[in-house]
Design a protein around this ligand. Structure first.
Ligand code: H79
Length: 476
């Protein structure tokens, strides 16, 4: 009996094991999506000379931008009638809570951020060391934060607030010496049945949002672009002093559609930067044929590079797990240390950090976002030399104790000590030249160093001089 039982057990376990063996085989049939940086950026890619010139006017030196997600969704804070809060992005509430167009319109018609003060926003950004601002002029919900003759679904014509946020903020930013740009959802527009909707976890989204659509309705993206997308982009580039335009989620974009948008921007604003999401999702392979139609590469949402990148780029990060203001359900904020480390790694990889905040429905900035910007700003006040106007780490390796940025002339390295090393010293090898001096940005005092051939050793102070990142400036 005992023998029989154990044989049975072996047989059962054997069957389970063979099933377990089979599982990964099934999974490998579907090729894993390759989103590595090596796959996305082939080494022979180069932006056009025009794009590099546009980048060099201000973008490459700026490093720190404020992204702003603000709109009808800000007032819902990630939940509508008890639904939708399980999803991470509050700006997606219309989809997460399966709101019909009528329901969302009713919320929009009450949107009244009466405490909005553009000068207060711009001053807060400026005081935190931010150099440019990019705000949602229209997100996927289709609602515009600017006066539009193309669609009355905009803040001036549709709400009791009646003021043009894009106009007020662009002027306030320029008064503070900040560059100003807008986000515009060129492909997705949930208010327009002709536009493509992307929501992998929701089938039949068109019918959920627009229940009266006939069953045989055929979306026509070109009709949407002709009637709303392109004329609104024309309004933006004609009526506002834009330094940058930020497109997103390029579902169903093709060469013809990309050209329409890109040509429109360049016709009115030859210096205005265009980001890669006009055609590139952030995670796919970068196609050389599209490089003439945008100026720089946006990497993935909230993505921090793990290595330096061959093209100048921007990381759309956020102070929290959402972009729009969210208090309901799942959400977290980064700690000041995380935020600063993400920022420093991005700059050392050769890019800008566009760090998002979601203002509140009443028009005030989120105090938690202001606090996190402030932490970066305080650090920049002392250590800004290691960030603004620098270039990516020129050495082969990213060190385990942190990261490295460099002066444009290559004669100075900034060593960012993000993690206190186990020993009291850090070392750098494969250096192409000889160090002549070293000092701490935190207090200007000399740092103890020694070099043997191509290997440099720096003896660190007993305690880190800056809370999140002690910078050693080394001249060669
Ligand atoms: O504007 C911000 C995002 O709203 C936008 N890009 C940044 C800059 C963005 N659009 N789409 N996506 C990001 C990716 C889509 C995520 C989703 Fe979901 C996963 C949509 C549906 C499933 C999470 C879960 C959000 C809604 C449900």
């Amino acid at each position: 009996m005992k023998y029989l039982l154990s044989t049975l057990l072996i047989v059962i376990l054997g069957t389970l094991a063979s099933q377990a063996d089979e599982a990964p085989k099934k999974a490998t049939k579907k090729p894993a999506r390759n989103a590595s940086f090596e796959y996305r950026f082939s080494d022979d890619l180069e932006q056009t000379a025009d794009s590099i010139e546009r980048q060099k006017k201000w973008f490459r030196d700026a490093k720190f931008g404020a992204f702003i997600h603000f709109g009808v969704y800000s007032a819902l804070e990630g939940e509508y009638e008890g639904r939708g809060s399980q999803h991470r992005y509050s700006e997606w509430i219309q989809v997460s809570a399966k709101m019909t167009a009528d329901e969302y319109h009713r919320v929009a018609a009450k949107f009244n951020p009466s405490e909005f003060d553009a000068d207060e926003w711009a001053k807060t950004f400026k005081d935190s060391g931010i150099r440019y601002v990019v705000i949602t002029s229209k997100h996927h919900d289709g609602f515009a934060l600017f006066k539009s003759m193309v669609s009355d679904y905009n803040i001036v014509d549709y709400t009791p607030f009646k003021r043009d946020i894009i106009k007020e903020l662009s002027e306030a930013c320029h008064r503070q010496g900040l560059k100003f740009g807008v986000y515009y959802s060129q492909a997705q527009d949930w208010d327009e049945p002709d536009a493509p909707f992307i929501a992998p976890r929701f089938d039949g989204l068109h019918k959920v949002i627009h229940p009266d659509l006939p069953d045989d309705f055929e979306p026509d993206m070109d009709r949407y672009i002709a009637k709303k997308g392109l004329p609104q982009v024309e309004e933006l580039v004609k009526n506002y002093d834009l330094d940058l335009i930020w497109f997103d989620t390029p579902r169903d974009m093709n060469m013809e559609r990309v050209k329409l948008y890109s040509d429109m921007v360049r016709k009115y604003r030859p210096d205005c930067l265009i980001n890669s999401r006009i055609i590139h999702s952030g995670k796919g392979k970068i196609e050389a044929s599209y490089l003439p139609y945008y100026d720089y590469v946006s990497i993935g949402d909230k993505e921090v590079p793990t290595r330096k990148l061959p093209l100048y780029f921007e990381s759309p990060d956020s102070v929290s797990s959402s972009f729009g203001y969210k208090t309901k359900g799942n959400c977290y904020y980064h700690t000041p240390e995380e935020m600063l480390h993400r920022f420093v790694h991005t700059v050392c990889a050769g890019g800008n950090a566009l760090i998002n905040n979601g203002p509140m429905g009443n028009g005030k900035l989120d105090p938690e976002a202001v606090r996190l910007y402030g932490a970066i700003g305080d650090w920049l006040e002392v250590n800004g030399e290691s960030i603004y106007g620098t270039v990516r780490n020129p050495l082969e390796q990213r060190p385990e104790w942190g990261d490295i940025s460099a002066s444009k002339d290559g004669k100075t390295l900034y060593l960012h000590i993000l993690h206190s090393p186990e020993s009291e010293a850090i070392s750098l090898s494969d250096l192409p030249s000889v160090a002549t001096s070293a000092s701490y940005l935190a207090n200007g005092e000399k740092a103890k160093f020694s070099q043997q051939e191509d290997s440099l050793k720096i003896t660190l102070p007993a305690k880190p001089l800056s809370e999140y990142d002690t910078v050693v400036k080394v001249n060669f």
